[in-house]
Design a protein around this ligand. Structure first.
Ligand code: HEC
Length: 107
């Protein structure tokens, strides 16, 4: 094997690994914990320091729990109050997964 071929094979292996493992952890729960929990709290109750500083409403607040899933996705995509817009940072599928996890706290 030539040196160049070896490099190409090694590169292909790295890319293949990145391709399979990169998004494997991006379940709604993992995403929520990584990107949302610091402001919305582990159970959506906005009980973190950042949440209090930003006046994030708990998920059982009427103005939050009455929102449809579509409205929540829109809030995350476009931003709301002090929450930055996530479009361009997360894919639509990731936003939906994170919101789906957030909504599990409603029950
Ligand atoms: C930097 C803090 C911060 C982060 C991080 C953050 N949010 Fe928010 N979020 C807010 C604030 C502030 C609001 C608007 C105030 C409010 O009404 O709670 C808000 C509003 C929302 C709303 C609309 C309902 C509501 O609570 O008013 C949803 C749904 C939401 N966020 C979901 C998410 C999801 C999902 C993520 C992770 C992808 C996320 N947020 C990350 C601070 C944050």
């Amino acid at each position: 094997m030539t040196k160049r071929m070896q490099i190409r094979v090694a590169l292909a292996a790295v890319l293949a690994m990145a391709g399979t493992s990169g998004f494997a952890q991006s379940t709604g729960e993992a995403l929520y914990k990584a990107k949302c929990q610091m402001c919305h709290g582990a159970t959506g109750m906005a009980d973190t320091g950042a949440a209090k500083a930003m006046k994030v409403k708990p998920i059982n607040d009427p103005s939050v729990k009455d929102l449809s899933e579509a409205k929540m996705i829109e809030a995350v995509r476009e931003g709301m109050g002090k929450m930055q817009p996530y479009k361009g940072k997360l894919t639509d599928a990731q936003i939906k997964d994170a919101v789906t996890h957030f909504r599990t706290f409603l029950k």
